[in-house]
Ligand binder design. Structure first.
Ligand code: ATP
Ligand code: MG
Length: 369
């Protein structure tokens, strides 16, 4: 379900193991639809489209979390669907998601649910300055507004059309990181190494994956929290949990994605099992083995900004760097902030991979990090 780049890389991993694939996506041209054996071009809730998918597929997964939960319920009545509708519904809604984190005993940013003027008036001053986020349908920083006081909060809520939101306290971030786990129907759970992430303008820009990217106690804490979050949901599939590291080195959970994640793309080139291989295995009911990272890696996101004014990035120079792996998603139109592809640099050492990643960033006009 879904034809974006995450679906494309899933389809490619499934095909490498000999599977046939079908993608349901309303777009005529989509990154995953372009490489799949079958493309069912209907709306996500279209009964005929869902019936075709059931006919074609023994097992069904999603590549973006905004697939309507009722569609997953229909599919789940006839086929193995992983992750299940219930887990996806929780991840689709920041209010339910935060309640789940609280249930798991994992601290999140102080917050308040906002769905009326009364709640705005009741917001305590210690939640400000904060970020107002729509409960549903946000991504890449869309559907969010920073607010400093009650008046700005009221105006921001109006601007977000009065939909249910959460107001989160603005926290002093030292770093951001994420952990990806895969859990099978038999309860076996494995994880990729922790990723350290740099966001710019609310969009992931750089992921660093190597030993020492964050202090070991934090790494252990984040992995344990992610496993607990998956376990409590009886989750089946690939799950990514994003965290903040605060100035005092405490760990706070941000949000989760019920699918592979942009921060895990390095695993395609730097690990013996990628996040997409893990997704295939959870879906097919195959054994899950703890992935091993064989090279330090840095991933740079390639946003549409690099193609602005019809320019083509200098691939000949970028690919002359050792350990450069270019992934483009087959998107035919570039626009500002649109994820067009990613570049992973692998190397024999952290120092080497940092050096080539900075060179690549320089060639591409990506701000150094
Ligand atoms: P995506 O789904 O693409 O990860 P999103 O639109 O769901 O993004 P968030 O992950 O909620 O957005 O926030 C995007 C970024 O904004 C975070 O990675 C972080 O850099 C910053 N941010 C969000 N919430 C807070 C907060 N409470 N305090 C400080 N910074 C924050
Ligand atoms: Mg996020």
């Amino acid at each position: 379900m879904g034809g974006g780049q995450l679906g494309r890389m899933f389809v490619q991993a499934a095909q490498a193991m000999g599977y046939f694939t079908a993608v349901l996506d309303p777009d005529v041209i989509s990154p995953a639809g372009l490489v799949s054996h079958y493309h069912i071009q209907t709306a996500y809730l279209d009964e005929q489209g869902l019936a075709q998918l059931i006919q074609r597929c023994a097992a069904i997964t999603t590549e973006f979390e905004n697939v309507p939960a009722p569609a997953l319920l229909t599919l789940g009545a006839a086929r193995r669907v992983a992750p299940g509708a219930e887990a996806v519904a929780i991840a689709q809604d920041r209010i339910k998601e935060k309640a789940h984190f609280v249930r798991c005993g994992v601290p999140c940013a102080p917050y308040a649910v906002i769905d009326g003027a009364a709640q705005i008036a009741a917001v305590r001053d210690d939640l400000l300055p904060g970020i107002l986020k729509t409960a549903r349908l946000g991504y890449d920083g869309k559907g969010q507004q920073r607010v400093n006081n009650h008046a700005e909060l009221a105006a921001a809520w109006d601007a977000l059309k009065g939909v249910p939101c959460v107001l989160e306290k603005m926290l002093p971030l030292k770093a951001e990181c994420s952990v990806i786990v895969a859990r099978g129907a038999d309860g076996v759970c494995v994880n990729l190494p922790l990723q350290r992430n740099l966001h710019r303008d609310g969009i992931l820009a750089v992921t660093e994956a190597f030993d020492g990217n964050l202090p070991l106690p934090l790494v252990a804490q984040a992995i344990a929290a992610t496993r607990a979050i998956a376990e409590q949901l009886q989750y089946v599939g690939v799950l990514c949990v994003e965290f903040f590291v605060l100035q005092d080195d405490s760990l706070v959970v941000n949000e989760m994605a019920p699918r592979p994640h942009n921060s895990g793309h390095y695993s395609l080139d730097a690990c013996d099992l990628s996040q997409f291989d893990l997704q295939v295995r959870t879906l097919a009911g195959l054994p899950l083995v703890q992935p091993r990272q064989h090279s330090p890696a840095i991933m740079l996101n390639l946003l549409g900004d690099l193609w602005i004014d019809g320019a083509t990035p200098p691939w000949d120079q970028v690919l002359a760097l050792p350990g450069a792996h270019l992934h483009l998603y087959g998107k035919l139109k570039a626009s500002k902030g649109r994820k067009m592809g990613h570049l992973t640099l692998t190397g024999a050492s952290v120092a080497q991979v940092r050096a080539t990643a900075l060179q690549a960033a320089g060639l591409l006009g990506i701000e150094p990090f």
